[in-house]
Design a protein around this ligand. Sequence first.
Ligand SMILES: NC(=O)c1ccc[n+]([C@@H]2O[C@H](COP(=O)([O-])OP(=O)(O)OC[C@H]3O[C@@H](n4cnc5c(N)ncnc54)[C@H](OP(=O)(O)O)[C@@H]3O)[C@@H](O)[C@H]2O)c1
Length: 359
Amino acid sequence: MPSGTYAPDLAGRHVVIPGGSGGVGEGAVRAYLTAGADVVVPTRSQERADEFRRLLGGAATGRLHLVVHDYTTFAGAEELAATMEDRLGSIDDVVAPIGGWWAGKRLWEISESDWQDAFVRLATTHMAVARAALPRMKADGAYSLIVGASASTPVLGSGLVSMEQAALLMMQQVLATELAGQKRVFALVLGPVRTRTADGSGADWITADQVGSVAVAASASTISGREVRLGNQAELVQALALLNDTEPRPVGPVVAVSTLDPKQGRRDDLLALLAELAPQIRAEAGCIRYSVHSPRGHDDGPLLVIQMFASAEAFTAHSSAIAAQVPRLSALLETPPAPPAVFGPVPSDGNAAKESLSA
Ligand SMILES: NC(=O)c1ccc[n+]([C@@H]2O[C@H](COP(=O)([O-])OP(=O)(O)OC[C@H]3O[C@@H](n4cnc5c(N)ncnc54)[C@H](OP(=O)(O)O)[C@@H]3O)[C@@H](O)[C@H]2O)c1
């Protein structure tokens, strides 16, 4: 069985884990503390805070900041994020294992209070935390939404859980698209998890500590935000290999291709903005090519931007450098800019001069 205890050094990072007092959250709290991070766990009651501190025992070092705070509203989450930024200086990573299980009724049998408890309150809390934290995070941090596999498989009598989890899964996709590669949002999609309240011994379940190790690996990696499936031990091994970058890393130049569809009447403004940014991009370390193309014979068509950088690292640095310009770009586009498709060269006939764009 894989240990799943890879713990990179996250000393100096500030992580907030709303829902950290829960069964799955506990594993994330332990993993980030082990990795050296400062961990803020907001909880809605003093009893829960005391109980959680007792439970952690010696693991509750001075880097654990347990705060009694209601983070379930937009205002409450905003206050939490602002206070954390004031007191600790930054919010670097977020893990959101918010909310537990609900069962017992088919969808047409639920009451309005079931709907509020199992769907509205939880979805609102996730939204509140994301909108407060994401604008404050930097490009190297990771926002990990904890989602159950019930997001894509209906569970008899627990339909509200499936619906709410499906909304979270879509939230990850929307955020990843809207952030256009500038910040990293993950959805860790869990099967059943062994926690302090669910034994599951003998089954192929992953443990809460292993969920934590995956969240830590996501924070420590430079990999773009994505859905990571953690349904069993085999998926855990794959996830850690991907996030810990133990798979061979492609070397050499990368080519990034983006299609930009201008809003009606804004094509000239878009061309002007791309021209304005060109000198800055071309001056970046590792930039080999930055070119803008228009379809021949279609003066109103989409624009194709082709960029070439000396390495994946140079392209990641470029993505961070250009992040501040994304709102200006988005304002001129029909749809928010999608992350560019990124390609590496494939050797063909050995003709180095002709098979590489950089030759
Ligand atoms: N356990 C599993 O096997 C499993 C499997 C797949 C997916 N998941 C997902 O993982 C997440 C966490 O599950 P868990 O088993 O750790 O749950 P849990 O033990 O019940 O903990 C959930 C935590 O969420 C916080 N919370 C905030 N608003 C809440 C609300 N309206 N209702 C309930 N809790 C609220 C609570 O923290 P405070 O009271 O301290 O604020 C609580 O400690 C859930 O989204 C769940 O769907 C769990």
